[in-house]
Design a protein around this ligand. Sequence first.
Ligand code: ADP
Ligand code: MG
Length: 230
Amino acid sequence: MSGGGAFVRFEQVGFSYGDGPEVLHDVSFDLEPGTFHFLTGPSGAGKTSLLKLLYLAQRQTRGAIRLFGRDTASLSRLEAPVVRRRIGVVFQDFRLLPHLSAFDNVALPLRVASVGEAQIRQHVGELLAWVGLADALDARPATLSGGEQQRLAIARAVVARPDLLVADEPTGNVDDHNAQRMMRLFQNAHHYGATVVVATHNAALVERYNYPQLHLEAGKLSILPAAGSA
Ligand SMILES: Nc1ncnc2c1ncn2[C@@H]1O[C@H](COP(=O)(O)OP(=O)(O)O)[C@@H](O)[C@H]1O
Ligand SMILES: [Mg+2]
C-alpha cells in the first residue's frame, strides 16, 4: 500500500463543514519527521480547518490522511486518542482552563497520562522556567498577559513531548518581540525532535525564518520554499 510509513500524509483531501461548501480541495502533502513548516495563506483560506484535520478534531470528507504510519480512517475509538496524544496543539484562543493555576494547566496532560506527581513537579517546573513563567506557577491564566498566556499554552502543548506540534496563529496578538520569543520556543521543541507546523498570516515572520511553507489560497494548497534565512 502507498504511504505505508508516512509520518504525515494528506492525499487528495477535501473537507466541508456539514452540508456547507467545500473549504479544502484536493490537499496533498507529506511531512517528513523532524521538519518545520509554516502554514500560510490569507484569512479564510483554510489554515485552521487543515490543522483540525491534522489533530483529529475533524474528519475529511474525501481523500486520505495518514498519521504516524496509520490511515486515520482506520483508527478505532480506542486508538484515536492514543494517536491524538502524540500531537501537541497551541490553539488560537489558548483554551487554558481558567480555574487552574499555570502549573496545573501544564500538568494536566501528564496527570491524564498517569505520570507520577514527583516527576510532574520536576518536569512542569522546568518547562515553566523554559517559557519564562517560573515566577507564575500559582497564577490563574486571567492574571497573565497575552504573551504569557500564549507561552503557557505552548508549555502545555509540549509537556507530553509530542511527535507533532501544531500552532494556530500563535503570534496573532503579540508584539514582534513576543512573536520572536515564541518562535524560539517552537525552534527549541523542533530541536528536541518535534515535527512542527505553525499557521500564520504574518508575512514578516515567514520572511524572517528559513522554513518552507504549506500555502493555502481558497482551500487549495501549494508548497513554497523557505522565504527567509534565520
Ligand atoms: N465551524 C465552521 N463552520 C462552517 N464553516 C466554517 C467553520 N470554520 C471555518 N469555516 C469556513 O471555512 C473556511 C476556511 O476557514 P478557516 O479554516 O478558519 O481559515 P483560516 O484559518 O485560514 O482563516 C472559511 O470560508 C470559513 O468561513
Ligand atoms: Mg484560522
